[in-house]
Design a binder for this molecule. Structure first.
Ligand code: NA7
Length: 542
């Protein structure tokens, strides 16, 4: 039952419990709430966790940190907030980002409108009233004029169906759902399944504690050293002295993230020169490695130059040549999301770490003592599943969302997500998705993308109120055209060509569709602005 602090207050419109229900209290849900309050609208946020922070609340595995530099992975809507908060490291650790989220929640007094430890089970659109009915897992039902899905892109963790998993006698963990009290692996035999970003960040930390660590790798991944460091006081001051300049430079980048980017072609540069450039970026660290040349994600032969340099670095770092070869990825660099690490490859030089190739044969079964692969039995005290997320649509499908005519979102998107601007979908009036599929989202710095979406939604609701509208739904043609455009730009990039979570390949049965919009942040923002200037072109307002 809901506690009394959360009894519904009347909405400003009077016909529903709230003007808006927001699902999720991560960075998207928190800022959405703040903007709605500014408009004098009533809102309730439902959050499954017992605190704010979203992905940073759940992903507490050892070594978890952001792969975007901290000074840019932050809100920019409030200049005082920007000045008063000081990041301590180049790439902030999970704990510091969570602290920041809590600071924001306190500073803007957000908690009083957030109902924690409550999942939304279903939302149903009532065509007669033009309202949404939202039912929680506690059985509470509230009505609202609008629903905003701030459910996150990487929030529904992916647990593949391994046979025998329930029989394992040791402890098992998923990186995306880590115990809050932390895990001490000291003296334990540990198995890690997966070698994506979460594994690449946690493996060096787990290896330091464990008696022995075995890593099961299906696909080798590219990772660039983070070169993480404490931020010098002078550097922080220089950023704060011109924060708006930094934000403006970032907004002009396709990724919404400011870093040194060279638009030229690597294919016109002598080998000696481009290798010098790759080395310099490898030494500086981070995903800016891929900003070395403009055609790295467009032409396979260009991509190879950057990929080969990383493979050379792997061979230089890892002392056992056979292990080094196993760690060398065979696919396009940057096709799967490029990872950023601290001592990942060097960890395989430790005597207590073993790499097992499972690319040719999958894990047979989890056993009570560990797991079996290729007729070999491995014994573990703990298994870590670093198997990623049901990205972008998983969290939405965990809610039974029903629109006009009782159509479910899951059914509508059986063949892949269909959206207008990644914000709305036909048949689901007055429902918005923050950083939904079909928007730049995971291909960009999430914080500015979240803010841009929240501002779009808040401005739209304000416009509707001013013009006496209470219903918004995209036009079918606008949605179809947007889908064609999203696919067209995806086809131009090498990023759409491999089995990544961008295309849903990591979840068996998920349709293979490149979900985020790869046309770049500036182009996307310009498109949203054009839509607004033309009186919300492509939307039906009633
Ligand atoms: P990822 O990047 O999706 O990585 C998941 C890893 O788990 C990856 O190596 C997968 O191999 C592996 N995996 C998944 N299913 C299986 C099964 N059934 N058997 C063996 N191995 C499996 O998730 P992360 O959490 O690391 O990172 C997600 C994002 O979070 C990251 O991109 C950053 O943006 C932050 P595969 O590659 O599919 O062969």
């Amino acid at each position: 039952m809901p506690d009394s602090a959360h009894q519904p207050s009347r909405s400003t419109a009077g016909a529903t419990d709230f003007d808006v229900v927001i699902v999720g209290a991560g960075f998207a849900g928190m800022y959405m709430l703040h903007r709605l309050r500014g408009l004098g609208m009533s809102a309730r946020v439902y959050e499954a966790g017992d605190g704010v922070g979203g992905t940073w609340y759940w992903n507490r595995y050892p070594g978890a940190r952001c792969d975007v530099e901290s000074v840019q992975y932050s809100y920019q809507f409030d200049k005082e907030l920007e000045q008063e908060w000081t990041w301590s490291e180049k790439y902030s650790p999970q704990g510091e980002i969570l602290k920041y989220a809590n600071h924001v929640a306190d500073r803007f007094d957000l908690r009083r409108d957030i109902q924690f430890e409550t999942k939304v089970a279903s939302t149903t659109y009532d065509e007669g009233n033009g309202t949404w009915s939202v039912v929680t897992d506690a059985g509470e039902t509230v009505t609202s004029g609008y629903v905003v899905m701030a459910t996150g892109c990487l929030s529904s963790f992916n647990m593949p169906k391994f046979e025998g998993v329930e029989d394992f006698k040791g402890a098992s963990y998923h990186t995306g759902h880590w115990p809050h009290e932390g895990v001490d692996f000291t003296g334990l035999r540990v198995g890690v399944i997966g070698t994506g970003s979460s594994a690449i960040q946690s493996i060096p930390e787990i290896a330091k504690q464990a008696k022995h660590l075995t890593v099961f790798q299906r696909t080798a991944n590219y990772t660039i050293p983070a070169r993480n460091a404490k931020l010098a006081e002078e550097y922080v001051q220089s950023i704060k002295a011109d924060y708006s300049g930094l934000r403006e430079r970032a907004k002009k980048m396709p990724s919404g993230y400011s870093f040194p980017f060279n638009a030229g072609s690597v294919l016109e540069v002598p080998e000696e020169e481009y290798r010098r450039e790759y080395r310099s970026r490898w030494e500086k660290g981070g995903t800016a490695y891929l900003g070395a040349y403009g055609d790295l994600l467009l032409k396979p032969e260009a991509n190879k130059t950057a990929a080969n340099f990383v493979k050379d670095m792997i061979r230089e770092t890892v002392t056992d040549p056979a292990v080094a070869e196993l760690l060398c990825p065979t696919n396009i660099i940057g096709c799967k999301r490029l990872c950023v690490d601290t001592d990942y490859y060097a960890t395989y030089n430790r005597p207590n770490v073993k790499l097992v190739d499972i690319s040719k044969a999958p894990i047979d079964t989890i056993t009570p003592e560990g797991l079996r692969h290729d007729d070999i039995d491995y014994q573990f005290d703990a298994i870590v599943f670093a198997t990623g997320f049901d990205a972008m649509t998983g969290a939405l499908f965990n809610i039974d969302i029903k629109g006009k005519g009782g159509e479910s979102l899951k059914e509508k998107w059986t063949g892949g997500p269909q959206t207008y601007l990644g914000l709305t979908t036909v048949g689901f009036p007055n429902m918005f998705t923050i950083t939904g599929p079909g928007s730049p989202s995971v291909l960009t710095n999430m914080l500015p993308s979240i803010e841009q979406h929240v501002n779009f939604i808040a401005d739209c609701l304000s416009y509707m109120r001013e013009h006496g509208h209470s219903r918004i739904e995209p036009e079918l043609q606008a949605e179809l055209d947007w889908g064609v455009h999203v696919n067209e730009v995806a086809d131009l990039s090498l990023r759409s060509t491999c089995a990544s979570w961008y295309v849903g390949a990591n979840v068996p049965g998920k349709p293979r569709v490149f979900m985020p919009y790869i046309g770049g942040f500036p182009r996307y923002v310009a498109e949203c602005e054009r839509v607004v200037e033309n009186g919300y072109q492509g939307f039906q307002l009633a």
